[in-house]
Design a protein around this ligand. Structure first.
Ligand code: SAM
Length: 281
């Protein structure tokens, strides 16, 4: 039984490939590539001579069977994409999935990935994040998706085409508000690498009417929604009020809640209880 290696390639700077990746690309029987012309340039740069086979999103369903047979027959195969980690918004998922059905060992190599590279430099929270790939192209589905991410508290990572950048940031502004912090990371590891961080409004000011942002590869990061301390406090106070209200008159419950929480009873009533009263009652 052969091995299926997942081999990341640089996302711009050709030096961002590991020794191990080069060794594997030299020693496997075949390299499966998203684009033969593109991969040939990389192989030439590192003096790697090997046989290339095609696998792209259009032919993956059909080609995977052929490659599984080759793996079953003992051939070692490496999969690469045009840039970064294969399978991550790149072809290969079906092949990996079927490798498992056939008890073929999948060997992942660590390496370049635009999402992680951008995240590491974003200055946004990195201990919890979610990767969402590309947003849907259709306006309605795109809005729906951003809406569904609105309350996400983890840092959100998106891939985006430069042509849609302004449109997407405008949608983020419309749905998440102009104050949400975002980062746009352009051309990472390349000569014109540029990372900008600011509120949605500030970033929009930078990229609007500037053709510089209409080209190049872009990764967007959105700060997760911050927990509103006032809301947490309000809900704790309301909790106390609700418990007391079951045992006594409403006015007494307000008075005692105010005492427990150290508020003036009128302020407590007008600012918290009255506002929520419909939900509370
Ligand atoms: N598998 C790849 C990876 O591991 O990063 C991602 C492939 S996906 C088809 C390509 C998208 O990744 C681009 O449209 C862009 O959003 C992002 N990307 C790739 N290279 C980048 C770079 N150098 N700087 C910023 N974003 C990049």
């Amino acid at each position: 039984m052969g091995l299926l290696y997942i081999v990341p390639t640089p996302i711009g700077n050709l030096l961002d490939i590991t020794y191990r990746s080069i060794n594997i690309l030299k020693k496997v029987d075949y390299i499966i590539s998203e684009n033969i012309k593109h991969t040939s340039i990389l192989l030439k740069y590192f003096s790697i001579k090997n046989k290339l086979l095609k696998l792209n999103t259009c032919n993956e369903k059909e080609k995977k069977n052929k490659y599984i047979i080759m793996l079953n027959n003992g051939k070692n195969i490496a999969i690469v994409s045009n840039a970064g980690t294969p399978v991550i918004n790149d072809p290969g998922y079906l092949l990996v999935k079927h490798a498992y059905y056939n008890n073929i060992r999948v060997v992942p190599l660590p390496g370049a990935c635009a999402a992680i590279t951008a995240l590491s430099a974003s200055g946004l929270k990195t201990n919890q994040f979610c990767y969402e790939g590309f947003l849907p192209k259709k306006q309605k589905s795109c809005e729906k998706k951003i809406n569904s991410l609105c309350k996400e508290i983890r840092t959100i990572i998106l891939y985006e085409s430069p042509k849609r950048l302004i449109h997407t940031i405008k949608l983020i502004k419309k749905i998440m508000g102009s104050k949400r912090k975002i980062v746009i990371a352009k051309e990472l590891t390349k000569k014109w690498e540029n990372i900008k961080k600011g509120t949605v409004k500030e970033i929009l000011n930078i990229i609007e009417n500037n053709i510089y942002w209409e080209k190049g590869e872009i990764t967007i990061l959105i700060d997760g929604k911050k927990k509103n301390k006032d809301n947490i406090l309000s809900s704790k106070i309301l909790n106390i009020f609700n418990i007391l209200k079951k045992e006594m008159k409403k006015s007494t419950a307000i008075k005692i809640t105010a005492k427990i929480c150290g508020f003036n009873k009128n302020i407590l009533y007008n600012n918290i209880i009255k506002k929520k009263y419909n939900e509370v009652d």
